[in-house]
Design a binder for this molecule. Structure first.
Ligand code: HEC
Length: 307
């Protein structure tokens, strides 16, 4: 014990004599403190950097409306010299269309910031300012925007609208939101006409909403699947099971293929042709090439009786 105090005393003497040693003694403590501060900073680094950059949020609120049901139809030719004028009738048609299709993003007042615009990048165009338009605010340019959409943005193509409806929208926007909108020259309108066959009219294919199409496909699939399972049950319980297994690589795939092509298979000849032509994808296998006419005939009769 005594020795220990002696040692400390000596140490204190030593420090008194050379002040440099004191630095040597406390230096490690500074090192540790510095290190801890560093660690703390690093642990908060992600937060610090994130806090400086505005968050980019993927928009999940935008209500994307499905395309409407439309029967195949001939698009009536439009008379450009009439439709280029903002008649009260076109304006009220435009207002209705705008409110139900566009206001969610571009806002009721056309200044952008509609309820579905949050987080969209680029943001929906503020129609009340003419800055930065990609296509432009002329009648023909808005028409082009509606026809083609703006690639790389949430401004999709509204090509399913009739030409008259697109003009109605363009008139409504120009009349209500844009001060002194730029005018189209005669050649602007002629170019638009030539690009989209406006005065000649065109033919449009029928269309149904995507959701409905998926529904129909799924229903068809379920009906087909039920037929496949039903046929499979009959096959497994028949004494034809071994033979069918032998010529197929996947029984379900083979039956699905037959169910789906059932309408076009109406005789033994087409049956044979259709099976052989698709042998790599249709669930059958290469052994079908060795079947005799007699066996083809039996296979056809048997399968048409169970499907
Ligand atoms: C889902 C949101 C959304 C909806 C709905 C929407 N737009 Fe847009 N729209 C945008 C965005 C985003 C832009 C900006 C695109 C850009 O600058 O790249 C834009 C741009 C535009 C422009 C300016 C094009 C240009 O030249 O810069 C017009 C005109 C326009 N939209 C009209 C319409 C009309 C008319 C409707 C309704 C039929 C509509 N929009 C519906 C999001 C939308």
């Amino acid at each position: 014990m005594k020795e220990f105090f002696e040692q400390i005393k000596d140490k204190i003497e030593e420090i008194k004599n050379s002040p440099g040693t004191i630095f040597g003694l406390i230096f490690p403590y500074f090192l540790v403190i510095g290190f801890l501060i560093g660690l703390y900073f690093i642990s908060k680094l992600e937060f610090l950097t994130r806090a400086k950059v505005p968050p980019v949020l993927k928009d999940t609120t935008a209500v994307v409306t499905d395309i409407p049901i439309r029967e195949a139809k001939i698009v009536p030719p439009v008379n450009l010299s009439e439709i280029k004028n903002a008649t009260p009738q076109l304006l009220s048609e435009g207002e209705q269309l705008y409110k139900s299709n566009c206001a969610s993003c571009h806002g009721e007042t056309g200044a952008g910031g509609g309820p579905a615009s949050a987080g969209l990048n680029p943001a929906p165009r503020n129609f009340t300012s003419l800055d930065g338009w990609k296509n432009g605010a002329k009648l023909s340019q808005i028409y082009t925007t509606l026809q083609e959409g703006i690639p790389g943005s949430s401004m999709i193509s509204y090509d399913y609208l009739l030409p008259e409806q697109k003009f109605a929208l363009a008139h409504y926007i120009r009349k209500n939101f844009i001060q002194n909108p730029p005018q189209d020259s005669q050649s602007d309108l002629e170019a638009l006409d030539a690009t989209y066959n406006l005065s000649a009219g065109q033919q449009l294919a029928a269309q149904i909403p995507v959701a409905l199409a998926i529904n129909i496909v799924m229903n068809e699939y379920e009906t087909d699947l039920a037929r496949v399972e039903n046929a499979l049950k009959k096959i497994v319980n028949s004494n034809y099971n071994g033979f069918f297994s032998n010529v197929t690589s996947d029984k379900r795939v083979a039956l699905m293929f037959l169910v789906r092509n059932f309408n076009s298979i109406n005789n033994e000849q087409t049956f044979k042709k259709i099976v052989i032509n698709n042998v790599n994808q249709n669930g059958f296998n290469g052994r079908v090439f060795n079947l005799s006419d007699q066996q083809w005939s039996e296979l056809y009769k048997f399968l048409s009786s169970v499907i």
